[in-house]
Design a protein around this ligand. Structure first.
Ligand code: ADP
Length: 450
């Protein structure tokens, strides 16, 4: 057991507030960091100490490994919570934190590195019996004939993906043999430019999958649980906009089978902390695509249906405490939906930062709002445009949607454009209301509107 008394929050925005609150509940102190653009950040009022870490540019503030660790040491923090984005999945950062004698609230650097390499991650899943898409199983070779042989074996259409990819970059869909070689070169070049490594692999391309993911928690004592699944199929350019739990139309047995395999995978690789196994789901089949080794934006929908506090649990796990629940304690109650409200034009999704003149959050039974907003807050243009997450919890999906619709009507944000109107339209979209749409639903329905 290691004592954690002070946690440095290496993040900003709503997740920094979320972590600061969890620290208070867990009975530990917190240190907030902020860039010069974030001096008026709401989370700084909730932390025990606030330190300016550098200029607005992320590379010189939230992404500066040395500075973050130095501030942690100088402020007497013994642990660092990286949140999501920024340094949260950077294995070099995790290693540097360990080296400095601090605790990273997350998995060990070696496990993070393993899951950051998608080829190694898939191989690991294979070993633990987690279902994966048929693919090259290894990096694609240089020899074009060998590449063709692998591709013929997988079958078309297939997708070429960067081994170290993220954010939907370094991917190319190939429909037939004629497009293969050019796609491999293009993916390698994009991967090299974006991630510093040209390694790519191939796997079968699914044409109309849903995005379904499994939330897990694992402690240092060898206990692991899965906390149900989330459906995150409402996406635009691979960015999730709406998430819900549980997914509709998938049998509890099928979900349990995959959930238990994810738990086994955690035990096999020595995973510690909160994590998410992402799957594509098509024709009643789950296929693993990647693991996220951090807390996710959409974790609140899982918290609403399970009643668990995932961020507090992360802190306790990092202290070496055993999980505060067993699998038998996890009973899903009702249905939860989250809408990500961003400071963007609701039609074009162009970022629209600026000053929020009025902010009136929605409320009522089943409504939770995770946000950094307050009246007069100026949204800086340098960062992600997420400004609020509205989460609605109801007895069933129809009830959760009715609560969400009312909450979106009630919410007032004046001074900046937001995507609230988009979410209001979505709640009335017949296909979404029916449920189980594919990851292409939004882009297809938007095209129809043009
Ligand atoms: P990243 O880390 O860049 O987000 P992922 O492996 O999670 O990469 O894939 C991102 C998105 O690309 C998926 O959510 C899905 O929309 C699409 N995708 C990835 N692999 C496949 C596949 N084999 N078939 C169909 N779509 C895929």
């Amino acid at each position: 057991m290691c004592d954690i008394r002070r946690v440095l929050i290496a993040n900003r925005g709503e997740i920094a507030l979320r972590i600061a609150r969890a620290c208070r509940v867990a009975g530990v102190e917190s240190v907030g960091i902020y860039s010069q653009a974030d001096a008026a950040s709401a989370h700084l009022l909730l932390v025990d100490q606030a330190v300016c870490i550098g200029p607005a540019a992320s590379a010189q503030s939230y992404l500066d490994i040395e500075r973050v660790i130095r501030v942690a040491i100088l402020t007497g923090a013994d642990a660092i919570h990286p949140g999501y984005g920024f340094l949260s999945e950077n294995a070099d950062f995790a290693a540097a934190v360990e080296q400095a004698g601090l605790v990273l609230i997350g998995p060990d650097a070696a496990v993070m590195r393993l899951m950051g390499d998608k080829i190694a991650a898939k191989q690991q899943m294979h070993r633990s019996g987690v279902p994966c898409l048929p693919g090259s199983d290894d990096a694609l070779p240089e020899d074009t004939q060998a590449i063709h042989a692998i591709a013929d074996n997988i079958g078309y259409p297939l997708i070429i993906k960067a081994a170290n990819g993220g954010g939907g970059r370094g991917m190319r869909v190939v429909h037939d043999r004629t497009g293969l070689e050019a796609a491999v070169v293009a993916a390698q070049e994009e991967a090299g430019r974006a991630f510093g490594k040209r390694t790519v692999y191939a796997e079968r391309y699914l044409q109309h999958p849903r995005h379904i993911e499994v939330q897990i928690l694992a402690d240092r004592a060898g206990n692991a649980v899965w906390l149900g699944m989330r459906d995150c199929s409402i996406q635009r350019r691979h960015q999730k906009l709406v998430e819900e739990s549980p997914p509709v139309g998938i049998s509890p047995e099928a979900m349990r089978n995959v959930g238990e395999r994810c738990v086994q995978a955690c035990l096999d690789m020595g995973y510690v902390g909160a994590g998410t196994f992402e799957f594509l789901y098509e024709d009643d089949t789950f296929s693993f695509i990647e693991m996220n080794t951090r807390v996710q934006v959409e974790h609140p929908v899982t918290e609403m249906v399970t009643g668990m506090d995932i961020v507090r649990e992360q802190i306790l796990i990092a202290m070496g405490r055993p999980l505060s629940m067993t699998q038998a304690d996890i009973n899903l109650r009702g249905h939860a939906i989250e809408c990500r409200i961003t400071a963007e034009d609701p039609d074009t999704f162009q970022p629209m930062p600026g000053r929020v003149e009025t902010w009136r959050p929605p409320g009522g039974p089943g409504i939770r709002v995770d946000t950094q907003l307050y009246d007069g807050y100026t949204i800086p243009p340098q960062y992600d445009s997420l400004i609020a997450k509205i989460i609605a919890h109801g007895r069933d999906r129809a009830d959760a949607m009715a609560c969400m619709r009312a909450a979106l009507e009630e919410m007032t944000i004046e001074g900046v454009a937001t995507t609230a109107a988009f979410h209001r339209r979505l709640m009335d979209d017949p296909a979404f209301r029916k449920g189980a749409v594919s990851i292409h639903h939004l882009e297809k329905s938007m095209k129809r509107d043009d």
